[in-house]
Design a protein around this ligand. Structure first.
Ligand code: ADP
Ligand code: ADP
Ligand code: MG
Length: 472
């Protein structure tokens, strides 16, 4: 078993991993940069080590992190999501230095991190993929020829892409001409690689992904699907499990594809296979994420399985103790990414001091937060500062509970996406559980909410001022 774990991450996911360690009797080790001296993960972990002043580069410094893990006597490293989580070199270095990497083999990370390679593997395994170019497109002429063949609109995508970046829709040859160099330069900037490829644009798709667990003894199971169709600029905002838009036959089909995909690459540990569901009811493989995912709590809510705990058991070499037949799901879960952004101002990041934070509670409510009252959200990282996950026996109850919990949640001092989600919950589509990836773009009016929450915020501030003045 793992005795001491270094967490090569920050924010809510680092806190989430510390919590699993606490329950399992594993000593947790945090790392932090200058900007993160007062971060919650540093306070929660058993030990914390400074990894240098550079806010982002610190969490990407493979050798420094591995050296700290060794010096601190860790036997394993959890990469979380983002940062080094899909860096094959990091996984390889951990293994070479005698540290268990909580994730799949370096070679699997490398292969699935390359979307072209992933498409090839899946095609060979009989998993349907989005129609597209056979490999990377090497020139604009080739891109134009492939687009002609598969038909517009097409999606230009970075082969090494992730986090919703390096993706552009092209309706016409003109747009393809214009976006070609853009996507290459975006890709070079964000991922350090220039390769791009083409996919057919699936119209009004649902993003359906399947959670997988695989051990080192040949067993692969799925934990059902998540519906992540509520996205803004290809980035997920709200995730749901199970999808309220699938028939039982579709659910079985997509989960079967996902297990086959994991088997095809010799997958180990927790992973996610992403698909697009088209309007004709067909699934198309899109990519595989070889790590713990932001939205894993909705799956935990419907199955009762602690995915981080499972990851640590698998990394320690233990066989999975659940069989596919014993994995059950119950009810519906919805996760909201609480971002420090101002939806009324084009979702502009809103960093700064959290003057008051109140986590909602009550039945079926879970929060995963990186903030606390008085915490200063640094401007260098992701704007996601908390996640709210609600669970209920059926979809309408889950929506009602979401509304209650979002109303109950208090994040003051910075703007957040909370009021935007409250507007979203009012739409007939969301209430009916019917939405595709175009939902957010199709509802610009959701950002035009009144200042209900700022009135409340004002009332709180006035009450606090009176109390202070009266000496309560
Ligand atoms: P999920 O797929 O778990 O929902 P996201 O796509 O929202 O995750 O990404 C989670 C975090 O990881 C974000 O901070 C995102 O910017 C980052 N990220 C994801 N993929 C990559 C990548 N290939 N390179 C760099 N950062 C990435
Ligand atoms: P990332 O690695 O950044 O997560 P993905 O390939 O998973 O990129 O795509 C992210 C999102 O972009 C999808 O969830 C979907 O909304 C949209 N998308 C990607 N490819 C297509 C496509 N071929 N047709 C329609 N939408 C797509
Ligand atoms: Mg994706």
């Amino acid at each position: 078993m793992i005795r001491k774990l270094l967490i090569a991450n920050r924010g809510e996911i680092a806190v989430r991993i510390v919590r699993a360690c606490q329950e399992m009797g594993i000593r947790s080790v945090a790392v932090y940069t200058d900007a993160d001296r007062h971060a919650l993960h540093v306070k929660k972990a058993d030990e914390a080590y400074h990894i240098g002043p550079d806010s982002v580069a610190g969490y990407l410094n493979i050798h420094r992190i591995v050296n700290i893990a060794r010096a601190a006597g860790c036997d394993a490293v959890h990469p979380g999501y983002g940062f080094l989580s899909e860096n094959a070199e990091f996984a390889r270095t951990c293994a070479r230095r005698g540290l268990r990497f909580v994730g799949p083999d370096a070679e699997v990370i490398r292969r699935m991190g390359d979307k072209i390679e992933a498409r090839r593997v899946m095609q060979a395994a009989g998993v349907p993929v989005v129609p597209g170019s056979d490999g990377n497109v090497e020139s604009l002429d080739e891109a134009l020829a492939v687009a002609e063949e598969i038909g517009y609109p097409v999606m230009l995508k970075a082969t090494a892409g992730g986090g919703g970046r390096g993706i552009r829709r092209c309706e016409t040859t003109d747009q393809l001409r214009r976006n070609y160099e853009r996507v290459i330069s975006e890709s070079r900037k964000a991922f350090g690689r220039a390769e791009i490829f083409l996919e057919k644009c699936i119209e009004r798709p649902r993003h359906i992904e399947v959670q997988i667990l695989a051990d080192h003894h040949g067993k692969v199971v799925h934990l059902f699907e998540r519906d992540c169709s509520i996205q803004r600029r290809h980035q997920k905002l709200v995730e749901v499990a199970p999808s309220p838009q699938l028939t039982e036959a579709q659910r079985e089909e997509v989960c079967r594809h996902a297990v086959r995909a994991a088997q095809a690459v010799g997958y180990r540990n927790a992973g996610t296979v992403e698909f697009l569901l088209d309007t004709d009811g067909r699934f198309h493989f899109m990519e595989m994420n070889t790590r713990l995912q932001v939205e894993h709590p909705v799956t935990e809510a419907i199955t009762g399985i602690d995915i981080v705990r499972a990851q640590l058991h698998i990394a320690a070499g233990e066989p999975l103790h659940c069989d596919q037949e014993t994995i059950r799901r119950r009810g519906y879960a919805i996760e909201f990414r609480i971002n420090a952004e101002d939806p009324r101002n084009d979702f502009l990041p809103s960093f700064g001091r959290v003057t008051r934070y109140y986590a909602p509670g009550g039945p079926g409510v879970r929060t995963d937060a990186a903030i606390y009252t008085g915490y200063e959200i640094p401007p260098y990282y992701d704007s996601m500062c908390a996640k709210l996950t609600v669970w209920a026996l059926d979809w309408p109850q889950a929506v009602q509970r979401a509304r209650r919990a979002l109303m109950d949640m208090g994040v003051y001092g910075v703007k957040t996406t909370i009021p935007y989600y409250l507007e979203m919950l009012k739409t007939p589509e969301f209430q009916a559980g019917r939405f595709d990836t175009g939902f957010v773009a199709a509802h610009p009016e959701l950002t035009h909410y009144a200042t209900e929450r700022s009135t409340r915020e004002m009332a709180t501030a006035i009450a606090a001022a009176i109390a202070a003045h009266a000496g309560f």
